[in-house]
Design a protein around this ligand. Structure first.
Ligand code: ATP
Length: 486
């Protein structure tokens, strides 16, 4: 029910245990849940795998009325809907995969004004539809519109790394329903992105409850491996993976522990991110020819192939050990035992890197995040950026200031990521915390290549990278012109 509510919710602990099967709240979750239930507008920024979804899912179950969840990705929605249905929560989603008969059934439930649906997951594009807005007015008039959750809220911002234009229309919620609380959630927002989200959603800063947690993920072991165009880095990765397999096989105690958790000892689940669709397919095929179960995942594949790759991988099925993906597979993917995330090339942005690496170790256990960095890739990435800039400005008399700003932000983010890769004088956890302007200094117990062996890191860098002189000649000769990303 919209409006501020100042009574304690004694049943949140009960619901946490009984419905969500969690032993207790993680730090700050209770505060966020309570603020949401009290009708406050909330902004939550917290590390990947913090448990942000629970902060709107639990209120949706405890409270009256319906919660609308605006979410940018199909895979993310379907993943969460399946988990909530498992917990016997009435949840629905309307997206491009919803059949017409399903859609009719869901809308009929909403039209009555007193929906049985507790959570409704929709895309920002769907929120723009007149019919949906009309239905929302009916639900609101019956005091059944409980709250709006905007997940992956950085997509709202033009300066966020996954900007989606239709997110910009979401101010509709606050202007039409000022008494309905909004909660926005993200793992990756710089100060500027935060401001932009708040402004775009028409939130009032003086009333907004802001929760900012550290972005630090101490169980992730960050490592940069150096490469150059001259050398194929596949053998390096395969050797690392085979060594990890051998370690598992040599530990029968671990094998029986994994078996008891419905996991397998003869694989190590992971994700490899690449920028190009063609690499997804060829790399997955190459791994399969070496006896590793790997599946490609990118937006160009049929929906059924993507769904099969995702469900097989989540279920630890043989043949589905590694997903080789573009960024189409990222935000919100929640599989607890991902033991490694590898970036096959330099990603497009610092935020994207952090978000994707954050798919690893969601069970809190040690996991590895390897980024293969080459200076040629850096030069290709900046070439791509300049080309995008030219395209954006095409046909315009003068560059639009907002576009210029956006480009500046993109360049800054890429530069920060390059500096992360080139750095040999600082803990990688610290570099990440600095980028997001964390107030806390992160702890790193030998959980990055610099803290483990700074001298070795310098040597590997000297040996592995093409020289700047070489790269500069290549640049002059236009060698770094590339295909489209994805
Ligand atoms: N209090 C809790 N106790 C135990 N597990 C929890 C708790 N809260 C959430 N989790 C689990 O933590 C995992 C991560 O939660 P969730 O997917 O909401 O993360 P997130 O913060 O949205 O991360 P990301 O930004 O990376 O998507 C889920 O498997 C969820 O079930």
């Amino acid at each position: 029910m919209p409006g501020k509510r100042k009574r304690p919710y004694s049943d949140i602990d009960f619901t946490l245990k009984r419905v969500f099967k969690k032993p207790g709240f993680r730090p700050l979750q209770r505060e966020v849940v309570t603020a949401t239930l009290e009708g406050e507008d909330v902004f939550l920024q917290a590390a990947t795998s913090f448990g942000k979804s629970l902060c709107y899912q639990l209120p949706a179950v405890v409270d009256f009325g319906m919660t609308i969840v605006v979410s940018p990705l199909l895979a993310l929605m379907n993943n969460q809907v399946a988990a909530l249905r498992n917990a016997r929560i009435r949840v629905e989603t309307i997206n491009s995969t919803t059949t017409p008969s399903e859609r009719t059934r869901i809308l009929a439930d909403l039209q009555c004004g007193h929906p049985l649906t507790r959570l409704l997951y929709v895309t920002p594009e769907f929120c723009q539809g007149d019919n949906f807005r009309r239905i929302l007015r009916i639900i609101h008039s019956q005091k059944e519109l409980a709250r709006i959750a905007v997940d992956e809220a950085h997509c709202v911002s033009e300066w966020g790394h996954d900007f989606r234009p239709s997110f910009q229309q979401l101010s509709f919620f606050k202007t039409e329903f000022p008494d309905v609380p909004i909660i926005c959630l993200t793992a990756t927002a710089t100060a500027r992105v935060r401001e932009d989200i708040i402004q775009t959603l028409a939130l009032d800063t003086s009333k907004l409850k802001m929760f900012r947690m550290t972005t630090s993920r101490p169980n992730l072991h960050y490592e940069v491996r150096f490469k150059s165009d001259d050398e194929d880095h596949y053998p390096n990765f395969l050797a690392w993976l085979k060594a990890a397999h051998a370690r598992r096989a040599a530990n029968p105690e671990r094998a029986s522990q994994l078996a008891s958790q419905n996991q397998r000892a003869d694989n190590v689940p992971g994700i490899i991110y690449t920028l190009f669709r063609k690499d997804c397919e060829s790399l997955a095929a190459r791994l399969r020819s070496d006896g590793i179960g790997a599946k490609p995942y990118h937006a160009g594949l049929p929906h059924s192939d993507r769904a099969d790759a995702l469900s097989g991988w989540v279920a630890n099925k043989p043949g589905y050990d590694i997903v080789v993906a573009t960024t189409a597979f990222g935000m919100g993917i929640d599989k607890e035992n991902v033991r490694f995330v590898v970036h096959w090339q330099l990603p497009k942005s610092f935020e994207g890197f952090y978000q994707e690496a954050g798919r690893a170790g969601r069970d809190g256990k040690a996991s590895v995040c390897i980024l293969y960095y080459g200076r040629e890739d850096r030069d290709r990435a900046s070439k791509m950026m300049s080309r995008d800039q030219v395209r954006q400005y095409k046909g315009k008399e003068a560059p639009v200031p907002a576009m210029q700003e956006q480009m500046k932000h993109r360049a800054k983010s890429l530069l920060a990521l390059t500096e992360y890769c080139e750095a040999t004088n600082k803990c990688r956890h610290k570099i990440i915390a600095d980028y997001f302007a964390d107030e806390e200094v992160p702890t790193c117990h030998f959980a990055c290549d610099w803290c483990k062996d700074a001298v070795g890191l310098v040597k590997r860098k000297e040996k592995g990278l093409a020289s700047e002189e070489w790269c500069s000649t290549q640049r002059e000769q236009g060698r770094y012109d590339v295909d489209e990303y994805e």
